[in-house]
Design a protein around this ligand. Structure first.
Ligand SMILES: [Zn+2]
Length: 75
């Protein structure tokens, strides 16, 4: 994920060149936006991996949980 973003930023700079400041600023802005999106995406993926559905009530609980915090049953 981060590799794709870094490559996109690198090729953007290669095509545009370093001499035109307005294009450079636009390229950097696009790169920063892509980078933030990538970080948010990874964080969301990490969040999803750490949780599972309770077998009794179906609520999202931690994978490491022994007791469901919603219905208090053993999982
Ligand atoms: Zn439950």
């Amino acid at each position: 994920m981060f590799g794709v973003v870094i490559l996109a930023g690198f090729f953007g700079w290669l095509l545009i060149g370093w001499f035109d400041v307005s294009y450079l600023v636009a390229s950097v802005s696009a790169f920063v936006v892509l980078f933030i999106v990538a970080i948010l995406f990874e964080a969301a993926e990490e969040e999803a991996k750490s949780e599972t559905a309770c077998g009794h009530c179906g609520e999202a609980i931690k994978v490491t949980a022994k007791v469901c915090r919603f219905c208090n049953r053993n999982v």
